[in-house]
Design a protein around this ligand. Sequence first.
Ligand code: ATP
Ligand code: MG
Length: 404
Amino acid sequence: MKYDHILVRVGELALKGKNRSVFEKALASNINVVLKGYDIKVHRMFGRIMIELHDAREDEIIEKLKDVFGIHSFSLALKVENELEAIQKGALAALMDSRNQPVRTFKVTAKRPNKNFPIGSQSLNPLIGGYVLQNTEDITVNVHEPDVEIRVEVREQATYITCGNIPGAGGLPVGTGGKVMLMLSGGIDSPVAGYLTMKRGVKINAIHFHSPPYTNERAKEKVKELVRILTKYCGTIQLHLVPFTEMQTTIHEKVPGDYAMTIMRRMMMRISEKIANNQKQEALAITTGESLGQVASQTLHSMNAINEVTNLPIIRPLVTMDKLEVIEIAKKIGTYETSILPFEDCCTIFLPPNSKTRPRRELANKFEGNFDFASLVDKAVAETEVITIRNQPTKEEQSVDDLF
Ligand code: ATP
Ligand code: MG
């Protein structure tokens, strides 16, 4: 007998009623997406999600599940018939198959939601525990601090036995909380901001501004790779690649150097908002990787001047974090190594070193009067290339040009 299921416990128990079922459905569907290609079946059962395993790549499946938001914890489980002997044998097999080595002590915790089963949980515990003791050596019972807890749930159709808990990623299932446009540079911060936004159940579409030929193909590949890493947490992400060269050269020509950064960011916001408002997107906010005080463009004054141009909420998950805290998350989620590859970002190329740390809205507006930015914004939106990037690296990327 071997583990043949994974029992998934849903996070955020505060969610009740109708919402709960919506969340469970979304989670089941996200699990299906992330485990595509594996021989499994996902069922929703008694407020849990059960994954039926017909695939030997158990370890890979476990690794993938650790990244799915909305999972509080999960356990390998063994399904047996509702019959004492089968349960006893199952409990022993589960303990033997348990990865929580070395096991010196255990306890049994039985539950019997199926009241038609003739033995109550209090009687089941010693019956199962006794059987395990009879059939093992050097293992004893410890009800307070066991190495392994054998949990037995006698349900209507069958009994499920688990040993040990694997912590899940927490958060909420991606897709249950609407959608944002994530402004994704090639840097360390914005992928982390995207990850944290997804953690709260929000789907992301990435938007990246590039300035060919000043930024090269490799910089674009780097951003695609960052998106691909982020798909681990949600399955699929649309990447919007915005051509930004004309806007940048125009700003460079028409705007005083110390306001170029502020105005460039305002243009990015305007373009992001237009794409967010596109009927096919319906993104309700913009997420950035900004953190207070990090660089000239990220002072409170600067955020104030940049925010002026959009009515959409701007989500800044890193706003109060130190760089080291951000780096720690970037390493954990697997984006760091890619982020530090040294390819030029569009922002760094044209910008003079003397950006204003305290830009003013009136001056930004005044300098924007120096050129017809609205048509450049529209043009950039119209020429945006959209690529769908999927979790499965084997799949060909699908190019959906001219979406607008
Ligand atoms: P990151 O590490 O994310 O690049 P940063 O610390 O380098 O951030 P800035 O360059 O000031 O900071 O950028 C602030 C935010 O603006 C980024 O986190 C990102 O959300 C957005 N941004 C910057 N450049 C681009 C770009 N080329 N395309 C899309 N978004 C961008
Ligand atoms: Mg950057």
